[in-house]
Structures are given as C-alpha cells and as structure tokens.
Design a protein. Structure first.
Length: 497
C-alpha cells in the first residue's frame, strides 16, 4: 500500500510590498506527525492558508500523492482531502455535537412536509465518526455543554468526517491542560497510524519531541530545513526559527525589596479556591503554577475584584480590604491583564492608541477632556519602551501580531501607574522571540519597583522569569519555592502530586 504524500514545489505568495512565501518546496508523508514552526511573520499562517484553500498562491505547485491540485477554496481543499482545525474554536454553541460535526451536510429524507432533516441518520453518522476516533460523547448535547478539550475533539471529529488524507492543526493545545494535551496526542498518533498526514502548527516547542516525527521551520517566508523531531532540541529549534538566539535568564539586577506591597489573607471562593494566603514584595515577580482547573485564573480574578470572593481579604499598600470591583482595585494600584487578551484585554475595533490610553485616561485628561494629540504624546514613550511594532498608533489594534497585542495590553495598564500587576498567561500563543520581549518588559517593571504575579501553563517559563513560584492544586496552595531551587520536572511533579 502506497503512503500518502503532500508536496509543495516553489510555492510563492506575494502581497503588495512583501513576499509572504518565497519558493517553499517541502514534502510531508502519511503516517507521520509533522510539526511546523516559525516566529510570527515567518509565513507559517500563509502556508497553512494556502494548503487549506483560503489563500491562492502567486505561483508554485501543490501535489497530493504526486498529482498537482488547484485549491481554489476551502471546499475544494476538503474535496481534495485536506481538512483544517483552527486555533479559534468554531463550533456553534447552541447546536448539538451531531449538528456541528455534520454542519452543512445534514442527511435528509422525504417526508409529508417535503424534504426533512433525517435526525436518526445525523446522530448515527456523528456517533460513527466519534467511534472511529475512540471518543465517547453524547452527540445530542449542545456544544456549549462541553469544556474546551472536548470541544477541540469535536472540531477534529468534524474535520475527520470528511475522511481527509491531510489534517492541518493550528495551535490545538493552546487552551488545554497537560492531561488534556496527552489525550489529544494519543488521538493524533492514532490518526497518523492510519496513514493520515498530520501537519501540526505550534509555538509550544516543548511539545514537539512528545508528538512530532519531523520538524519543519519557516523563516522570513523561506523554508529553513526539516529535521527528525528526535534531533530537535529547544536550542536547535530556536536557531531554525530565528538564527542566532541567546536565551537569557533573569538578570542579576532584577531583585525585590523587603517592602510587602500585597498580602493575600485566606482568600476563598467555594468551588474555585480555598484559604489562599501569600505575599508579594515591591519589585518581586511571583509565579503561580498549576494545571487547568487548579484555580489559578479564578484566584487572579478575585484579587483584581473581577469576581467577588466569599471570604478572606487583602492588604494592598497598607489598605485592608475585600476586593469588590476592578475599578476600586485599579484606584489602589492593582490591575489585571486577563488571559483572553483579544476579547477581555483589548477592544479590537479601536486603534492601538485608543487601547493604550483606555485605562489611564484620568492621567491625561484636562477638565474631563482629552485630545488625539495629547493621547499620541502619552503613548509614544510606551510604544518605544515596550518595543511595540506597529505601522501607526491610529491603526486598528486587530492588525497586530499576538506578541504586539500583548504589549499593548501591558502598556494600557502601565499608563494607569500600578504598583501591582497580575498577568494571566501573558505569553499564550506568541512565539519564542516575543516571549523573551515580554520577559524583558516584566523584568524592567521589577527594576521600577512594580510587583508582578504571573500565571503560566508553560511551566518551563517560570523558573527563568520569577523570583518565587507558588504551586496551586485543586484550589489550594500546595507549595512555595525559590525559583532557583526547583527544576521544571520537580515543578510539574508538584502540580500533579
């Protein structure tokens, strides 16, 4: 039996003023999981969109099993055997799992009222697809009833219902906990064992040796190389993506003072977390490690006043209080940069300038009014100091890369003049270089005496970034460590214990 293959030959995509793909020639074989890596702007997204039929290449050839194909639309890509699962979940929440899996292709039958949906056949088809994936879910449930991990599985089931030869996965683990990631990996290995070509796009380099067979890197629109995953150390992948990159650890001059800025005392929210107590000193960077469901995000939201805790209190810069609203906490110098920056951290329809001044308007208004010129003057030093790469501060924030959007979120709060910043997943979905830039920003805040509490699912970041690390498990603090005294493996073991 021949092995399926997907090839590109001299694939090129030009946009006005830029070349997104520059003569990319690469081959992916069936029965294997191929990781595709590259920094933001490397051409990775364009490459995947071309394969998915969403973007037409300027020139070049795409071949499936040696035969040239023209992918004029996503529907044509599906017809040619290429299915995609995107990072942003696209299920319709109010529809059942069966309807989502068979969306646009619901079986019909002739009835007394004309052509009707054949619901029995719909449920049967959906159940069969899930069975082939060794997944047991009630297909009559609405999609909104599922957690993110199961929704991701349903997305894959919908793609596999087309019986594709190629499955494209864009950042499929970005919102999953480690145990859920392991289950997803088992599913992908099963698909590969059936001869499916799995193309896996990820920023999480630590996952690659666990899931991939090969690693392909793009840089500046060009193919760098393809290597076996077993040879892909973090340092090797960084070189493939960026050329010469030096991974820096926390600088020696980033040190906290003795003054306690924030004390959390017995904070409790039933069903989320219980009796949490810790302190944060001026200029200190405290990490919170834990698996999804450990209560990390819920804790940050409660401290920031976004969710009201049922018990406990805070001491913030000498004020004993119960956090009751984000506005009050901001007035006292504590702010939260939420996990979902696109929907909760930014207003996508507004410009970068408008987003940057949003939290600190009171610092630049005169008599209750402000001007565009005053706002541009206020944000100029932020744009420079944070290294925000944008065409113009008045351009929509939505056009920025994930890393630059995260910098805008940070800049928005810096204009408000905080003494304590809570950061929930500040490096989620951004590349290695952008992560390092976010680290540099946090370290610069520490030098200015601003205290930071960081939640991150990527445990390997915390020892490099933080002074101390707190471990949460099942809603409780289970340990506290100096970052220099614990390895990533030990940290994971404590999260799982």
């Amino acid at each position: 039996m021949s092995v399926a293959s997907l090839e590109t030959a001299a694939l090129r995509k030009e946009y006005p003023g830029t070349v997104a793909l520059d003569d990319v020639s690469v081959r992916f074989d069936g029965g294997r999981i191929h990781a595709l890596i590259g920094k933001n702007g490397a051409g990775k997204s364009t490459f995947v969109k071309v394969l998915a039929g969403a973007v037409r290449p300027t020139s070049g050839d795409i071949r499936i099993n040696g035969q040239s194909v023209t992918l004029s639309s996503p529907r044509e890509a599906l017809r040619q055997g290429i299915a995609s699962v995107h990072q942003e979940l696209s299920l319709v929440p109010e529809l059942t799992l069966a309807e989502n899996i068979m969306l646009g292709r619901l079986p019909t039958r002739r009835g007394t009222g004309g052509i009707l949906v054949d619901w029995d056949a719909t449920y049967a088809h959906a159940e069969h697809v899930l069975e082939t994936l060794h997944v047991r879910l009630n297909v009559r449930l609405p999609a909104r009833a599922l957690g993110v991990a199961h929704q991701q599985v349903v997305e894959i089931a919908r793609a596999m219902s087309y019986s594709p030869q190629v499955l494209l996965l864009d950042e499929p683990t970005s919102a999953l906990a480690r145990g859920e990631v392991d289950r997803l990996f088992a599913l992908l290995r099963d698909l590969a064992s059936r001869g499916v070509i799995v193309l896996y796009i990820t920023h999480r380099l630590q996952e690659i040796q666990a899931i991939a067979d090969t690693v392909t890197a793009l840089r500046n629109g060009r193919l760098v190389s393809t290597i076996p995953a077993r040879d892909a150390s973090a340092e090797q992948m960084a070189r493939m993506m960026f050329g010469d990159v030096v991974r820096s650890h926390r600088p020696a001059d980033v040190n906290p003072d003795d003054e306690v800025l924030l004390e959390v005392r017995g904070l409790t929210s039933p069903g989320k977390f219980s009796n949490v107590s810790f302190t944060v000193r001026r200029g200190e960077i405290v990490g919170i490690a834990g698996l999804l469901g450990s209560g990390r995000t819920e804790l940050l939201r409660a401290i920031a006043g976004a969710d009201s805790p049922a018990g406990g209190d805070l001491v913030l810069r000498g004020h004993v209080l119960r956090p009751d609203s984000p506005a009050r906490m901001k007035s006292l110098g504590l702010v939260l940069a939420p996990e979902n920056r696109k929907e909760e951290g930014l207003v996508q329809l507004l410009s970068s300038r408008e987003n940057l001044v949003m939290a600190g308007l009171h610092t630049i208004t005169r008599g209750g009014f402000t001007t565009r010129g005053r706002e541009r003057t206020a944000v100029a030093p932020l744009v420079k100091s944070l290294g925000i790469d944008m065409p113009d501060v008045d351009a929509p924030v939505s056009i920025l890369s994930g890393g630059n959007q995260q910098k805008v979120v940070l800049g928005k709060w810096l204009l408000a003049g905080p003494s304590v910043i809570l950061l929930d997943e500040p490096t989620r979905g951004i590349d290695v270089q952008a992560k390092q830039q976010v680290f540099d920003i946090i370290w610069s805040l520490s030098r200015r005496g601003i205290a930071t509490v960081v939640v991150s699912s990527e445990l390997e970041e915390l020892p490099d970034l933080c002074h101390r690390i707190l471990v949460m498990r099942h809603g409780a603090l289970e340990g506290e460590f100096r970052a220099a005294d614990i390895t990533v493996d030990q940290l994971l073991a404590r999260c799982l214990a």
